[in-house]
Design a protein around this ligand. Sequence first.
Ligand code: F3S
Length: 640
Amino acid sequence: MALNLTQKIIKAHLLSGEMTAGAEIALRIDQTLTQDATGTMAYLQFEAIGLPRVRTELSVSYVDHNTLQMGFRNPDDHAYLRTVAAKFGITFSPAGTGICHQLHLENFAKPGKTLVGSDSHTPTAGGVGSMAMGAGGLSVALAMAGEPYVISMPKVVKIHLTGQLPGWATGKDVILHLLGLLTVKGGVGKVMEYAGPGVATLSVPERAVITNMGAELGATTSIFPSDDVTKAFFTAMGRPEDYAPLAADAGATYDEVVEIDLSTLEPLAAAPHMPDRMVRIADLDGMKVDQVCIGSCTNSSYADLKAVAQILAGKRIDPATDLLISPGSKQVLKMLAAEGLIEPLLDAGARLLECSCGPCIGMGGSPVSAGVSARTFNRNFEGRSGTQDGQVYLVSPQTAALAALRGAFTDPATWGDAPEKADFPAEVPSIRHLFLPPPADGAAVTIQRGPNIAPLPPFGPLPAVIKAPVALKVGDDITTDHILPAGAQITALRSNIPAISEYIFSRVDAAFVARIKELGKGVILGGENYGQGSSREHAALGPRYLGVVAVVAKSMARIHRANLVNFGILPLLLVDKADYDRIPAAAGIRLDTATLAPGQPAPMTVEGVGEVMVVNDLTAKELDIIKAGGLLNQVRQARA
Ligand code: F3S
């Protein structure tokens, strides 16, 4: 039978299950990656499993989120990550080397391999044909332990590309176009598989922009075939041996097909505060821009920054506009330096930041109050920039550079010719020596634990009867940023659950933590798409620690739902969405957990309302995990 690319990789890694959409499948995982903000917890969990060494082909621990070292917390985390990596056989990438996804793409991603990463933009590696999925830290810990990675068999959407990007249109505009078309819910339960003659016209960095931001569609992952363009990329990166051709079989079938004629695309922006609020740059022409940020795992490649340097060369940015640039890796920085492309950036007035996530995760670079910030990033949720009323537009590097020069959005049609597409230089400098490989035997390594590293709190099993009040009622599109805000002060506490839990829902309802502590336990009532956004499992761990037993919502985002399961919080959906309006905040809830069966509706008693039907979309295995009080409890019990 002719297989599409996704089916081919899944088939080669299938440990159990049927390849029919929606069926539960267990996959063998070849590679894992972590970043520091989620990594500390992943390694605390790996330690709790009790194995002497990881069982993957390759595991890499990157430090790119909390790189600021003001006070002991982040340095404590970095030292823990470095030593735990050496002990358990994990490659370590020190702070400042670059952003995890950019580094993984350049140095480690391989066509046809499975990769699970504790970061929602792990699908970036799909730009070279990896099946790369974002997951919670616990799933990564288990993958490192050689446990299968369990997902629902995704539907496969063929994104059929024809034509060629014209003028100022870029890879970013392809994915922004798709987001406008399909929305942030359009990819849930699906893999976006790119195909068609337009694929060959896109470079690997352009493909990686598209697979990176496929995360905003809610997709399981996005993937490009591995072809001659991929081969040239691997050769330029100094690892031609890692190339392997990979494509869908002729005659392969797909669950859905979306047609995109690249030649019809133009520069776009995602307007505040959602990545799918699409507007044409031409329609924003003249709108004042206070700040421009170029970088992030989406748009920080050599090609991106070369285009920026070409636009800025010999010019000065608008004096009322701040321009911040974070290169994606030291390799990118070295390539720019070697070609004399740093000077035009500096002379134009840009501020060159460290090779890290930086402003994307709120590590500095917040815009002025109520300011407009044009960013090449992938998310523009309210408050994520660190300025609560900041207005973030997501754009391509080219659009960002023009905005910096003029201090306003600029229709590129009025500007002149677009810079030429960058090819890699003949000599690409390597930074491979900066990664710390683990010693062959980690037995002698002592793990360094500063006071910021707190052990995992123990969690009990699901009670037979849930009797708890609604501790918080929230609206639609609650993101993990709403549940647990980003920012330097908070993310520094990610290896300390009691401390970080103090910030749960702090920007939604400042009284929430005090209230649930007093109640002892509670239920969250959510609207549509509850938990969208980043994969941060602390958005489940924190509520669990505070006593949240269940989330009842109209609909739920995939990764957050998986995190709720992993940490023993019951995710339930309202059978009749209209019941959301009938359930008052603070109403008492009663649910007999014996009535729960996989995929079956169950009655929930709501004080003052009566019976409300809820349904779960859990598998039998997931229900068992929740009943055990979480996955770690279950794995420990199985290994005892
Ligand atoms: Fe980092 Fe932002 Fe990407 S936080 S991993 S650059 S989404």
